[in-house]
Design a protein around this ligand. Sequence first.
Ligand SMILES: NC(=O)c1ccc[n+]([C@@H]2O[C@H](COP(=O)([O-])OP(=O)(O)OC[C@H]3O[C@@H](n4cnc5c(N)ncnc54)[C@H](O)[C@@H]3O)[C@@H](O)[C@H]2O)c1
Length: 333
Amino acid sequence: MKNILITGSAGFIGFHYSNYLLKRKFKVVGIDNINNYYDKKIKYDRLNILKKFKNFKFFKIDILNYKKLNNLVNKYKIQIIVHLAAQAGVRFSISNPKNYISNNIDGFLNILEVSKKNNIKHLVYASSSSIYGMNKKIPFSEKHSASHPISIYAASKRSNELMAHVYSTLFNLPTTGLRFFTVYGPWGRPDMSLFKFVHLNSQNKKIDIYNYGNHTRDFTYIDDAIDIVFKIMKKIPKKSAVKKMSEHESKVPWRIYNISSSRPQKLKLFINEIESQLGKKFRYNKLPLQKGDVEKTSGSMNLTSNKIGFKPKRKLKYGINQFIKWYKSYYKK
Ligand SMILES: NC(=O)c1ccc[n+]([C@@H]2O[C@H](COP(=O)([O-])OP(=O)(O)OC[C@H]3O[C@@H](n4cnc5c(N)ncnc54)[C@H](O)[C@@H]3O)[C@@H](O)[C@H]2O)c1
């Protein structure tokens, strides 16, 4: 089995996906620049788990360093790239837009160039549900247009999809974009709601609830997300398989898929479930809608289930339970 490159392997999804592949005896080369967007300790602790596998090699490389990236891909004869490294987070992008242009746009261009140069068989990369922006038609479908983003983060991810289309066309590079909908679970991101809420609750601190709790989110459990990514990775898009061009399909080897639970939940209910599992009420700061935040995310999984053949299985109650168990053991609470 050839080496698979996972970018962002010290990150939340990159760690889980690397772990999944390593358990199945794949050879994984991981890279990450270990940025300080959130506590680096979690990133190093994730890596320590991966480093126990002899099939895992890790390099602290920034995707903005084209030369190092290209040498690595060449040296390890990489055939598949799963690109998960990025500056994540909608809210951070309001005050730090340049981070997103460099890491997510310039960085992605390097990934495309390296893929072209090394004849990569399949480039799978993370997009985001945030690209649906101002769309009102629910559930969000890949068939809808996505031309009204409301954050630089979303615009950077939508640009990645369009840039991938160019390389799939000009260089016949097979690419698939993953539109993740709020992925959560053990080893999750400290800037995301479940982690933040549980953490603040354990410190008896108030939590900020935006949009007065009236948000709806399609929370996707990490194991479901990973199962789908694996199936997508193996399904290499083919040229000319599609006769009719549409928002989500093209004559060139380029595809995009939603990755959601397709069970959207009101934030209030999500919070109630966490409270009941922790056995402790939250204290709230109820705040208006934050700039850049989409009010409702709900992703259709029709295309993904039809083409990829997988339906998400894990329920929110189970996912929250798994996260709390992990949190308590990690922080010894
Ligand atoms: N978690 C979610 O709910 C979610 C939702 C939508 C999209 N996504 C996307 O999925 C991908 C993975 O997200 P995540 O939640 O694991 O985030 P994460 O922040 O935990 O992981 C990203 C990793 O990439 C690394 N990185 C950032 N810039 C880099 C660079 N220039 N060079 C090398 N490494 C770099 C970071 O250090 C981090 O470890 C990202 O592209 C993110 O935008 C995630």
